[in-house]
Ligand binder design. Structure first.
Ligand SMILES: [Zn+2]
Length: 265
């Protein structure tokens, strides 16, 4: 089967195992069906996800100009504590920021390689955790805006990491810790103004199973600019990574906005 189009992050479905989909203009692929098959990938060009121009991708699927002008990639995305829409203050576009920031957000603990703390919009549960390749995740607080989630995350960063070690995540080197026990100890560390939002619903404990036939012992990230043609047998998908038999991994998310061709046999 032949596919061609602009790469965007894989859509996922919370099932056992997680189902992954790649969507192109005229077709889509259930990536789980490509397991144990040979995939040829070729890098063909760029197409900015915002302006659709064939300009080099700078970051997050956006060309340089769009990255520095679109409200969708303001600093408050990566650093939620910088959110200001709740004060009526604009960063790039107050309408957009009000829509995105003033909605329920979750601060969570996720077990990916170690226990990490993070922030997500409630609508992104459990997608966000799947995208990170977390084996388990549990929500700590549910707050009405992004700012409150951000200051909670900052307070908890002293106790937990906020980044996933992608190599360990892909090698399935996950620490064995009781997420629920960690969560129970957290209340005291929450900022005062966030404590009323402590989530007592313990059903919000998610366990993710990924479609992986074999975890690699060593991983090498595929760089599509340096290696525009790659061919390998797909042995797994975890997070937003395709894992190949030879230990090569492709972080699909890093190549959003890249036009690629894919041949599966
Ligand atoms: Zn652009």
């Amino acid at each position: 089967m032949q596919y061609e189009g602009v790469l965007t992050k894989m859509e996922t479905e919370f099932a056992s195992p997680i189902q992954y989909y790649m969507t192109f203009e005229n077709s889509f692929l259930n990536v789980n069906q490509a397991l144990d098959k040979n995939i040829e990938i070729s890098f063909l060009g760029y197409q900015c996800l915002n302006c659709s121009k064939k300009k080099k991708i700078f970051r997050q699927g956006f060309c340089y100009d769009c990255f520095y002008s679109s409200p969708a990639v303001g600093d408050w995305i990566m650093r939620p504590e910088l959110s200001t829409a709740h004060l009526g203050i604009a960063d790039r576009d107050l309408d957009y920021e009000t829509r995105v920031q003033l909605q329920p957000h979750i601060v969570y603990l996720a077990l990916s390689s170690e226990i990490k703390v993070g922030v997500t919009r409630k609508t992104q549960v459990p997608t966000r955790w799947i995208d990170q390749g977390a084996d388990e995740a549990v929500s700590i607080v549910e707050v009405p805006n992004r700012y409150l989630a951000g200051i909670t995350e900052v307070a908890l960063k002293d106790h937990f990491v906020d980044k996933t070690n992608w190599r360990k995540m892909l090698q399935n080197e996950v620490v064995s810790l009781d997420l629920m026990a960690e969560r129970a100890r957290i209340f005291e560390r929450l900022p005062e103004e966030v404590r009323p939002y402590f989530n007592t619903d313990l059903n919000e404990h998610f366990v993710m199973k990924y479609p992986v036939l074999k975890f690699p012992k060593k991983v090498t990230g595929l760089n599509l600019e340096k290696t525009p043609n790659y061919e390998g047998r797909l042995v797994g998908v975890k997070g937003q990574y395709l894992i190949f038999e030879d230990g090569t991994v492709l972080n699909v998310r890093s190549y959003e906005g890249y036009v690629i061709g894919m041949n599966i046999s």
